[in-house]
Design a protein around this ligand. Structure first.
Ligand SMILES: NC(=O)c1ccc[n+]([C@@H]2O[C@H](COP(=O)([O-])OP(=O)(O)OC[C@H]3O[C@@H](n4cnc5c(N)ncnc54)[C@H](O)[C@@H]3O)[C@@H](O)[C@H]2O)c1
Length: 352
């Protein structure tokens, strides 16, 4: 599939495009010659960061608006050929502390978007970033798309609802939607200002290693996870948008192979040039234990067979690139208050 042929000169909306995955997608779309419009509300505590698109700032349009604003969404979907729908409340712990906001963004707002498509642009291709999180504690491994859904947190419920709205709008109204259930994603432009580890293990570990602080592994460290490099996820999103075979389908997007938390720690320490015993072990804090799913990794056979996508980036190579980026651009990501101030200073946005 020649992605340049598919996306060149097409109008592409990236919702959540100032965030980690969205901005990497926007960068790639610019390279492919697409006309990119980003919507992002830059909600605090998430990955939205104007710096993420600094090197393509003059080649993308940015509209700082919120997916909870139905009227704005009605307006912004018009005329778009492709819509990549990535905006979300992404913190699992955050979803337990503030379940209604999580529901508003991840579930209710998805209906705004799909209604906007139905009424104003029913032919736009919509690709939604879903999550493996709602499979819950796996009943078997690797987890395929037929695995029962049993969320362990509110975020799992709302992401499942968001995904299923996309499927219902395809079946009921023929809106051309696809959902990708992502495993843990890592890579350049990921959030680093999260000192508390609320955004997930890999962000937290990368931050700690960069700060030269010892890592802390909860539990036995034997839980298995798969990690997928952001460029591979971008390739999966673009491939899903390009294929009619993807319409009305959900696909797992997993990593190359599962590894344990302890192995992940070894990879991180090696990539950062730190000694291999630069970590300690501790029991799970209760709020994490309550929503932990144990070992989980995905079976991505379905997307491989249907669309020809497989992950290609080896963890060691991916982490090396991640650290190189994080070190070079650390100041733009490190301190939450500073990041917010920089946003205000650099935010010369235009409406669409
Ligand atoms: N990163 C992962 O490991 C992972 C795994 C599974 C699924 N996902 C999904 O992928 C998507 C992107 O995640 P990410 O890691 O890039 O997170 P991120 O926080 O870096 O990006 C999300 C973006 O959405 C924006 N946003 C949040 N609420 C908004 C709202 N109400 N209106 C407009 N914009 C809003 C944020 O400002 C941010 O820029 C999310 O939907 C997430 O659930 C991510």
């Amino acid at each position: 599939m020649d992605l340049e042929q598919v996306y060149r000169d097409k109008r592409v909306l990236v919702i959540g495009g100032l965030g980690f995955i969205g901005s990497n997608l926007a960068q790639r779309l610019v390279k492919l010659g697409a006309q990119v419009l980003i919507i992002d509300s830059l909600v605090p505590d998430h990955g939205g960061n104007v710096y993420n698109i600094a090197n393509v700032r003059d080649r993308v349009s940015v509209n700082v608006s919120d997916v909870r604003d139905q009227h704005a969404i009605n307006f912004l979907v018009r005329g778009q050929h492709y819509i990549f729908n990535l905006a979300g409340q992404v913190s699992h712990i955050g979803s337990m502390e503030d379940p209604l906001t999580d529901n508003d963004i991840n579930a209710r707002s998805q209906v705004y978007l799909l209604e906007a498509c139905r009424r104003h642009n029913p032919r736009a291709r919509v690709v939604y970033t879903s999550t493996r999180q709602f499979y819950g504690v796996p009943q078997y491994l690797p987890v395929d798309e037929a695995h029962p859904v049993q969320p362990t947190d509110v975020n799992g419920i709302t992401k499942w609802a968001g995904e299923q709205y996309h499927m219902v709008y395809h079946r009921a109204y023929g809106i051309p939607t696809t959902a990708l259930r992502l495993t843990n994603v890592y890579g350049p432009r990921q959030v680093l200002k999260d000192a508390e580890g609320r955004m997930g293990v890999i962000y937290h570990f990368v931050r700690k290693v960069l700060a030269g602080e010892k890592l802390r592994v909860f539990g036995s460290g034997e839980q298995l996870r798969d990690y997928v490099y952001v460029d591979d996820v971008v390739a999966a999103l673009l491939t899903a948008g390009a294929h009619d075979r993807a319409l009305g389908e959900v696909f797992n997007v997993g990593g190359l192979r599962p590894i344990s938390h302890l192995q992940l720690v070894q990879h991180l320490l090696a990539a950062a040039g730190l000694p291999d015993d630069w970590f300690d072990m501790a029991p799970f804090p209760p709020e994490r234990k309550a929503i932990d799913v144990g070992s989980v990794y995905l079976d991505s056979t379905k997307i491989g067979r249907a669309l020809g996508w497989t992950p290609t980036t080896d963890l060691a190579a991916g982490l090396e690139r991640t650290f190189a980026y994080c070190k070079e651009h650390k100041d733009a990501y490190w301190d939450a208050e500073l990041v917010a101030t920089l946003q205000e200073g650099s935010l010369q946005v235009e409406n669409g």
